[in-house]
Design a binder for this molecule. Sequence first.
Ligand code: MN
Length: 129
Amino acid sequence: MTKRILVIEDNELNLKLFCDLLRAHGHETRAVRDGRDAVAIARDMRPDLIITDIQLPFISGIELIESLRSDAALAHVPVMAVTAYSAPGDEERITAKGATAYVSKPIAVLQFMALVDRLLASAPANRAD
Ligand code: MN
């Protein structure tokens, strides 16, 4: 079943990789490169899953996740955080801010898609249609 996935990533190669993978699995994607726009776009799009880089220009992925979690319309949407620079404690810190799951780059394609499927399966229905 087609799901809508919002991808926030400033690295063009990763953005393309994530969107290509998700579309190859039948999902609709929307690509956003700037975290400042992401909450408004998410409100409009009502995604089933949000995938966000942590190292973004202007605002961090952590700030973005906090904004998503404090928005009544978006608080329940699963968020997968992706980061290139993982340090000890990062996963705990990022999930404590509200990320549902955490993956480090470079991603392993099979694990990435398995996690996407798991998060989509666990997400509450977002739309009446
Ligand atoms: Mn980045």
